[in-house]
Design a protein around this ligand. Structure first.
Ligand code: KMH
Ligand code: ZN
Length: 280
């Protein structure tokens, strides 16, 4: 089995300091979370930019400042900004970050309920626009799929020459109003991707650690982080992203699976070698 790639989803767009005081907003807080998560074993950092008051933003300048600061603290880590942003942002706004020289970014592969009245909209034309632009800009897409239909969309767009291998999927399961993260959901998703593709699983809320365990045992990879889940265990807040990453490392060690470094992750995902001169 390949070494385990752990992604830390540091902040997202939805969690606030009212939910947990540990959620990072400022650049200094983001750097602290990034450093601690990568020292704990994360090789990929999924990053949303936020202003100091916590407002999510796809502002290019704010992303550049955030990424540069993280890069200084974590020279080799894979930084994966979000092109999802926050519910309600339009496609041009969401894609502004890809004007920066990025190594990797998310590509959301379908529309999904997002709790309450929220709908996270990713029409087929949005996905085509995102995929083509990221391909032209040499940005490796992480294919975020919230349900099986999103995988089908990826495969259709692959047949049309719009999404290209290597294909790395991220199954985001357990969003309120969308597909759950039970074991059978996990197996349905992993069995639906093509041979040779890789996957990571991000369980929302209480699904985070049970899905991490399944992924560790079945050769998948794992995403954890305060974007997805704020609890270390029932009723106990995680004291930061590193707390969640460390828990996954313990689970992997118990199973006998080694943890990937950023360069291991690049090799496993068949990414290009990291070009410090070109990439932020
Ligand atoms: N904040 C969600 C609406 C991504 O990063 O690409 C979208 C999201 C997905 O977090
Ligand atoms: Zn995100």
């Amino acid at each position: 089995m390949d070494k385990l790639i752990i992604t830390a989803a540091l902040t997202g767009a939805e969690v606030t300091k009212e939910h947990t005081p540990y959620i990072p907003y400022t650049i200094a807080e983001m750097v602290r979370e990034a450093r601690e998560a990568s020292e704990a074993g994360a090789s990929i950092l999924h990053v949303h930019a936020r202003f100091d008051d916590g407002t999510p933003t796809q502002d290019k300048t704010r992303y550049e400042e955030t990424i540069r600061a993280i890069r200084q603290a974590c020279p080799d880590v894979i930084i994966q900004p979000s092109t999802g942003g926050a519910v309600g942002m339009n496609r041009e706004e969401r894609m502004r970050v890809t004007e920066l020289p990025l190594e990797m970014a998310t590509l959301d592969c379908g529309t999904v309920n997002f709790g309450g009245d929220d709908i996270f909209i990713n029409t087929v034309n949005d996905i085509i626009y995102f995929a083509k632009t990221m391909h032209q800009r040499g940005i490796y897409p992480e294919l975020e799929c919230f349900e099986k239909g999103h995988i089908d969309t990826v495969l259709t767009l692959h047949k049309k020459g719009i999404i290209h291998p290597p294909m790395h999927f991220s199954f985001v399961l357990g969003v309120v109003g969308a597909m759950k993260g039970e074991a059978r959901d996990f197996h349905f998703m992993r069995e639906s991707i093509p041979d040779g593709a890789t996957y990571s699983v991000a369980g929302i809320g209480r699904y985070e650690f049970p899905l991490a365990k399944l992924a560790i045992e079945h050769g998948g990879h794992v995403r954890v982080g305060l974007e997805d889940n704020i609890y270390r265990e029932k009723g106990v807040l995680a004291k930061g992203n590193a707390d969640l990453v460390a828990h996954v490392v313990t689970m992997a060690e118990a199973f006998g699976r080694e943890i990937a470094t950023p360069n291991d992750a690049r090799r496993i995902l068949r990414m290009k070698e990291f070009d410090h001169e070109r990439i932020l």
